[in-house]
Design a protein. Structure first.
Length: 259
């Protein structure tokens, strides 16, 4: 399924050069494996895997696991294969996964849910490909919980688009329950920090790598750049912004069927 925001084939070559692309091993996967007791025969799937950074980081948690990444962008998958040819990188529609039912123990989706046009089908597919007793973990920003995000202050049209594309946390949880998941839990992590506007301006000028900015009209984008430049020129007191991000984790388990 192509992204509703970004042509990832067009930016695949430079994607990893953008900020914040590095990944650490997934703590939710680590907790799942610890409770399971063994990682030797586990099968892991990352939906919308991009250039593969999360699966590559996760490999240390389960060195003998079967690792599979699926993405709609062939360009992004080419980058992933260059970094880790031993992981299975599969092109496919995330709302109609090209995998057998019940083939994976842990399925993740990292910061991509807002890109999917058919979110309900994607959740149903994540449920379908899990084995009984398996777990699905979805990670995303939660725009509804961070109205003071720096992008929204300078590019207010981005907030309107994000509220269209990102489901609120309760809707995600309800969609997972409707797909069949049990024991659905939500966790929010709020991060607040000062954002220097000169750094933000440099980031905003790299529009081609930023899905928040790519959703904007050219006029709205240029107006936002002018707002940042105006505040930078106003003096030191206006050069820092008290930024706020909310990171959301929603996870659920596939019940074990007893015949």
């Amino acid at each position: 399924m192509p992204s509703s925001r970004v042509d990832y084939d067009a930016i695949a070559e430079r994607y990893d050069s953008s900020p914040h692309r590095e990944k650490s091993p997934d703590p939710e996967l680590a907790a799942f494996l610890a409770a399971r007791g063994s990682a030797a025969d586990v099968s892991l799937l990352d939906i919308a895997c991009g250039t593969g950074n999360q699966l590559i980081a996760d490999r240390c948690l389960a060195p003998r696991a079967r690792l599979v990444g699926v993405d709609g962008s062939l360009g992004m998958l080419r980058q992933a294969r260059r970094k880790a040819a031993d992981i299975a990188w599969v092109q496919g529609d995330c709302a109609a996964l090209p995998f057998a039912t019940g083939g994976f123990d842990f399925v993740s989706c990292q910061y991509a849910f807002h890109h999917f046009r058919d979110k309900a089908s994607m959740l149903r597919e994540a449920f379908r490909v899990l084995r009984g007793g398996g777990r699905f973990a979805l990670y995303n920003l939660s725009p509804h919980d961070m109205p003071d995000f720096v992008y929204y202050a300078y590019f207010p049209q981005a907030q309107d688009r994000d509220h269209e594309d990102f489901w609120p946390p309760r809707r995600i949880a309800a969609g997972m329950r409707a797909a069949g998941f049990a024991a659905v839990t939500m966790k929010r992590v709020h991060r607040r920090y000062d954002h220097h506007l000169s750094d933000f301006l440099a980031t905003a000028r790299r529009r081609e790598n930023n899905s928040q900015l790519l959703t904007l009209s050219d006029a709205a984008y240029e107006a936002g750049l002018r707002r940042i430049e105006r505040d930078l020129a106003a003096g030191e007191a206006a050069r820092r912004y008290a930024d706020h991000l909310c990171f959301l984790t929603v996870q659920g388990d596939k019940p074990v069927t007893i015949d």
